[in-house]
Design a protein around this ligand. Structure first.
Ligand code: IMP
Ligand code: MG
Length: 191
């Protein structure tokens, strides 16, 4: 196994693919701080429950709640993933449910990336089965050109082109979640 540079590096070669630096650790951290203070202000006087969608959101979730200045709780849910493919399989199942009671609570769902919107639309349906006070969605990344489902994302870190990205929790074949920055797949050397 070769060593990889987990901090900012200009490009990273993964199997036969070349990924180039897209969102630096510094840029990500700055935006996460902004989202944290925005949510802190919007939820003043409330105590929301953050529900992280595993696995991709774990790093964003950790950094986000470090920037939440009000009482809050966290829990996690896991949906079936893409497996090793880069294309969505088109169906979603829940692999792990939350364990806290969200009845009457203000829920903030934390996603890593919204691509087609399938996962978020599935989560919205699940949330409707609970008598929550409110449900909002925060996603670090959104690919507006890929959206196929009618979903509303309340807080967006970055809108990005329809390109495959890895790092900061996001994987390629389950790997490279540990990278501190986000890298984008470079096809034929062109972004
Ligand atoms: P959606 O259900 O099509 O919106 O896809 C959402 C999920 O697909 C995300 O939570 C990710 O796990 C995965 N995904 C979508 N695009 C990417 C990407 O560019 N890199 C890594 N994972 C992705
Ligand atoms: Mg995900």
């Amino acid at each position: 196994m070769s060593r990889i540079n987990i901090a900012d590096t200009a490009e990273i070669v993964i199997k036969d693919k070349r990924f180039v630096l897209y969102l630096t650790e510094e840029k990500l951290q700055k935006r996460v701080r902004e989202l944290g203070s925005q949510i802190t202000n919007d939820y003043a006087g409330k105590a929301p429950v953050f529900i992280g969608i595993l696995n991709g959101s774990f790093m964003f979730m950790a950094d986000l709640i470090k920037n939440i200045g009000i009482d809050c709780e966290i829990d996690f849910m896991r949906l079936s993933s893409y497996g090793d493919a880069k294309i969505s399989s088109g169906n979603v199942t829940m692999v792990k449910d939350i364990s806290c009671d969200i009845t009457g609570r203000d829920v903030i769902v934390v996603e890593d990336i919204v691509d087609t919107g399938l996962s978020v639309s599935y989560i919205e349906k699940l949330m409707k089965q609970h008598n929550t006070a409110s449900v909002k969605i925060v996603s670090l990344l959104l690919k507006p050109d890929s959206i196929k489902y009618d979903v509303k994302i309340d807080y967006i870190g970055f809108s990005i082109p329809d390109k495959f990205v890895v790092g900061y929790g996001l994987d390629y074949a389950q790997k490279y979640r540990n990278l501190r920055s986000i890298y984008v797949l470079s096809e034929n050397g062109v972004l």
